[in-house]
Design a protein around this ligand. Structure first.
Ligand SMILES: [Zn+2]
Ligand SMILES: [Zn+2]
Ligand SMILES: [Zn+2]
Ligand SMILES: [Zn+2]
Length: 129
C-alpha cells in the first residue's frame, strides 16, 4: 500500500513538472509573438506630427527647445514635414513620401536613397525605418 502511494506521488510530481514546463514554453511563445507585433506596427505606422513636422512619437517630436520655427509653415525648421504638411500626415513606408500625395510612389526621375531604399529627399528618407 505504501509503495503504491509513493508511486502515485511520484507520478503526480512528474505530471506537475511537465505541465509547468509546457506552460513556461507557452508564455515564451506569447512573448515572442508580442515582440513581432510591435515591430511590424512601428514600420507600418509612420506619420508626421502636424504640430511640429517631425516624425510623430520620435525623439524630436514637439521638442521646440533649441529649434527654429519655419516662417512659412510654422513647423520646426528642417523637420521632414516643414512646408510639406498642413496637419498630421501619414508617410508611405514604400517610398517615404506623404501617403497619397502626388509624389507618393512616383519613382520616375527620382533617386533612391542608398541607405534606406526610400526616395531620396522624401520626408521619410532615413527617418521611418
Ligand atoms: Zn510633434
Ligand atoms: Zn516650413
Ligand atoms: Zn508611396
Ligand atoms: Zn534615406
Amino acid at each position: 500500500m505504501q509503495k503504491e502511494n509513493i508511486f502515485f506521488i511520484g507520478c503526480l510530481i512528474v505530471v506537475m513538472a511537465c505541465s509547468w514546463i509546457a506552460c513556461d514554453q507557452e508564455t515564451a511563445r506569447q512573448n515572442e509573438t508580442k515582440t513581432i507585433d510591435t515591430t511590424t506596427k512601428a514600420q507600418t505606422v509612420a506619420s508626421l506630427c502636424g504640430k511640429c513636422g517631425e516624425v510623430k512619437g520620435s525623439d524630436k517630436c514637439c521638442k521646440v527647445e533649441g529649434r527654429e520655427k519655419c516662417s512659412k509653415c510654422g513647423l520646426l525648421k528642417g523637420a521632414p514635414g516643414c512646408c510639406k504638411i498642413t496637419g498630421d500626415a501619414a508617410l508611405c513606408t514604400k517610398c517615404g513620401e506623404i501617403k497619397g500625395s502626388d509624389k507618393c510612389c512616383k519613382e520616375q526621375g527620382r533617386e533612391k536613397c542608398s541607405k534606406c531604399g526610400l526616395l531620396k529627399g522624401s520626408p521619410g528618407c532615413c527617418k521611418i525605418q
